[in-house]
Design a protein around this ligand. Structure first.
Ligand code: SF4
Ligand code: SF4
Length: 224
């Protein structure tokens, strides 16, 4: 029976085996090292004549594709934030980077964030806030180079977070194509059922009816 208590007091080097028979033997030239060094120098020399693939940042800036997740921003639609301060993003945010205070408005959307802050020292660019937002009010932008001189500067308020929807068009279009793939694929879930916000309703029908009324009217129209 194996004695598992052995070697506990004084660890030994490679307790399993000291046998090196399976190791590859170096050739004479490999043991000299010089040929390998010259091979490396020749490789570096050849690279000097190949096209440059690095960018001279910050003079040259990389334009990321729409799938890129840069800092989260709030979408500004017709001069106002789309956000209705539902708090879902703050709830989903793993490092608790988002804080907000809801307030009421006479607008159709009824609620808005009185203040909305993201602590960019905490944000891990996971995109969960964007995933859960029912209003497409918070999205990941292309902004990747953030600089702060103090901890206070890293707290982004509404002024810093709001970006007009026209500047976020690429990401919004990407989200539409990415999210819409689920319709009719895995569940029998229709795209029109995703029309959930006042924004969609007014843009598309401008009827002032509730979503349920609109969908029922649409169904009636299709069946008649
Ligand atoms: S990207 Fe992730 S970590 Fe950053 S604010 Fe959104 S949910 Fe929080
Ligand atoms: S989930 Fe969207 S609508 Fe809700 S508080 Fe966050 S940004 Fe605003």
């Amino acid at each position: 029976m194996t004695d598992y208590t052995q070697n506990l007091d004084r660890p030994v080097r490679n307790a399993l085996t000291e046998n090196s028979d399976n190791e590859r033997k170096l050739t004479f030239l490999e043991r000299l090292y010089l040929p390998e060094i010259f091979k490396g120098l020749a490789f570096s020399f050849k690279q000097m004549f190949k096209p440059d693939i690095t960018m001279r940042y910050p003079e040259e800036r990389w334009d990321p594709p729409a799938i890129f997740r840069g800092r989260p921003v709030l979408v500004k639609d017709n001069g106002k934030e789309r956000c209705v301060a539902c708090g879902l993003c703050a709830r989903a945010c793993p490092p608790l980077a988002i804080s907000m205070q809801a307030s009421e408005t006479d607008d159709e959307k009824e609620r808005y964030p009185d203040f909305f802050e993201i602590n960019m020292l905490r944000c891990i660019y996971c995109g969960f806030c964007e995933e859960v937002c029912p209003e497409e009010a918070i999205v990941m932008s292309k902004d990747y180079d953030l600089v702060f001189h103090s901890r206070g500067e890293a707290i982004y308020d509404k002024e810093k977070l709001l970006v007009p929807k026209e500047e976020l068009k690429e990401r919004l279009d990407f989200l539409k194509s990415y999210k819409n793939r689920q319709f009719g694929q895995f569940w029998n879930y229709k795209e029109e059922n995703n029309i959930h916000s006042v924004r969609n309703r007014d843009e598309n029908w401008d009827t002032g009816l509730s979503i349920v009324d609109i969908l029922e009217a649409k169904n009636d129209k299709e069946t008649n």
